[in-house]
Design a protein around this ligand. Structure first.
Ligand code: COA
Length: 156
């Protein structure tokens, strides 16, 4: 797969906004997505050959929180989510992060499976945290440690 990555803040915002609305059953507002385009937020888009997904972190010192990870529905199931998250974790490590945290809807089996495959473990749950169409659902809290960057990455 010949994919490439670009800083989310350098990519056309409309491409991210388009994917956000298509990929998530409960998408962010446009203003929330825009607010994550500058520090302390950062991330990248994945291109193959058009923009097909993105991730966004919030970084505070040596901790990153995965705020968003999504792949356009037309491009899902082809390894792009795994490629994006692998890249995200490498970049976080290179940026000095030692711990990565995230929260995910308990019903989101695809994302939870991906997170488990890339080393995340459940830390706990926030009961009824997320609204749904007909009630509430739990947030699953997950985290993993990050290895120190490889020497070539530390200078990127
Ligand atoms: C979660 C998401 C990013 C995965 O992207 P993807 O490109 O489809 O994922 P990949 O093809 O790289 O698959 C990676 C792993 O994800 C899991 N996965 C993907 N689709 C799945 C599905 N329909 N059911 C169960 N697991 C699934 C599997 O563990 C898969 O590993 P495998 O290839 O060994 O089976 C994508 O489904 C998505 O954008 N969902 C909507 C947004 C979202 O929920 N984001 C996460 C919360 S913020």
């Amino acid at each position: 797969m010949a994919v490439s990555f670009e800083a989310a803040s350098d990519a056309p915002f409309e491409a991210l906004w388009h994917i956000e609305q298509r990929a998530h059953p409960y998408p962010w507002s446009e203003s929330l997505l825009r607010s994550c385009m500058s520090a302390p937020y950062w991330g990248e888009v994945i291109t193959n050959p058009t923009t097909q997904g993105f991730y966004l972190f919030q970084q505070v010192l040596d901790e990153v929180t995965l705020m968003n990870l999504c792949v356009d529905p037309d491009a899902q199931g082809q390894g792009l989510g795994r490629a994006l998250l692998s890249r995200a974790l490498e970049k976080a490590s290179a940026a000095g992060a030692a711990h990565c945290f995230l929260e995910v809807r308990a019903s989101n089996a695809a994302a939870i499976s991906l997170y488990q495959k890339l080393g995340f473990a459940e830390d706990g749950r926030r009961k009824g945290y997320y609204p749904t169409r007909d009630g509430r659902e739990d947030a699953v809290l997950m985290s993993r440690t990050l290895p120190p960057p490889r020497p070539a990455e530390a200078t990127q």
